[in-house]
Design a protein around this ligand. Structure first.
Ligand SMILES: NC(=O)c1ccc[n+]([C@@H]2O[C@H](COP(=O)([O-])OP(=O)(O)OC[C@H]3O[C@@H](n4cnc5c(N)ncnc54)[C@H](OP(=O)(O)O)[C@@H]3O)[C@@H](O)[C@H]2O)c1
Length: 321
């Protein structure tokens, strides 16, 4: 009881909860042996070359899982694969190259995964971008929306059958506490109107990730697939220092390590308790509210607009989920 009161208080202060202070205080309350072996299970992680994705891949490997690292750059990918191999208990991690900003590449990745692996127990959508200017992908989709939202949607719809065959299975999407600041903005999902702001676009896509996790969760509830979204707090990663250099400089002593930021991602993929609850938004091993600020809520129609836009961009209606 005292623990949850302290935890809530940390959450409301933001700085207290998101930093290494929050992690240090909360992690004392966690049972020490809450992460069971993942031997015999396979976990795919996107954005596995650095930061939270690499720490997540290492975490799964440490638990004995076969890890599939998804990366767009062969050299960075191979470096990460070699690092993860050091943690693996004799199970060799696998590298899959894919630029998530290309729908064709994402489709091909899904086909390779289905052809090359006999099972898939956990899929972590971790890769994310915060570009400074509005940019379009080869498919003509705004880059933030393409990488953070459309790519995970396409990968999920293509891998659902495989995950179901390996059930109980899990899908984890790495969102951000930044999503609290913004609503979905369903009328302009690709930021076509007004002056582009990278941080606003990012926060909207992070909100969209949480909404889609909830929508996938209710569709996949009866298929043995638990879907979660998570926010990692503030972690010292190459992505954070590149996208928000001033914020990074200011907060550096308080930032979590990548491993601390990845803790709940690994926990959601491995531990027993989150496997019993689908559709949650998690931070530091506890479910968190999805709305804190007025004006950030979305209607059922907004949610439907987002879902249908993702369907339209990835091959039409999702029939079997
Ligand atoms: N760090 C934080 O405090 C924090 C806070 C809230 C949320 N997050 C979220 O956590 C996730 C990981 O971020 P991070 O901080 O660990 O940043 P990071 O170190 O920059 O990692 C981002 C990863 O995404 C990959 N990626 C980006 N665009 C890609 C593309 N088109 N195709 C394939 N891979 C691509 C990057 O690959 P390359 O190596 O090729 O660039 C990298 O592996 C993101 O979703 C981010 O929004 C982070």
């Amino acid at each position: 009881m005292l623990g949850s009161l302290l935890d809530d208080a940390l959450d409301r202060t933001v700085v207290g909860g998101y930093t290494n202070v929050g992690y240090a205080l909360r992690s004392q309350l966690w049972p020490p042996d809450d992460l069971p072996s993942m031997a015999g299970r396979t976990a795919l992680v996107t954005g596995a070359t650095s930061g939270l994705g690499l720490a997540t891949a290492e975490g799964f490997a440490r638990l004995g899982a076969r890890v599939v690292l998804v990366a767009r750059d062969a050299e960075r990918g191979e470096r990460a694969r070699a690092r993860v191999a050091e943690y693996g208990r004799g199970v060799q991690p696998q590298l899959e190259l894919c630029d998530l900003a290309s729908l064709r590449a994402v489709g091909e990745l899904a086909e390779r995964v289905k052809a090359g692996l006999d099972r898939l127990d956990v899929a972590v959508h971790n890769a994310g971008v915060l570009p400074p200017a509005r940019e379009l992908t080869v498919d003509g989709i705004e880059l933030t929306f393409a990488v953070n939202v459309v790519a995970p949607f396409l990968l999920t719809r293509r891998l659902v059958d495989m995950l179901q065959r390996s059930r109980p299975a899990r899908i984890v999407t790495v969102s951000s506490g930044g999503m609290y600041a913004r609503g979905l903005h369903a009328s302009d999902l690709q930021f076509a109107a007004g002056e582009f702001s990278g941080t606003t676009a990012y926060a909207r896509t992070k909100r969209a990730q949480v909404v889609l996790a909830e929508m996938w969760a209710s569709r996949l509830r009866d298929r043995g697939i638990v879907v979660s979204a998570v926010h990692p707090g503030w972690a010292d990663t190459p992505g954070l220092s590149a996208a928000l250099p001033a914020f990074h400089r200011l907060t550096r002593p308080l930032l979590r390590t990548a491993e601390q930021g990845a803790d709940t991602i690994v926990w959601l993929g491995a531990a027993a308790r989150p496997g019993r609850e689908t559709g949650g938004f998690w931070h530091d091993r506890r479910r968190r509210p999805t709305h804190l600020l007025p004006g950030t809520g979305e209607s059922a129609a907004d949610r439907q607009t987002l879902w249908q836009e993702c369907e339209r961009l990835t091959g039409g209606p999702v029939r079997d989920a």
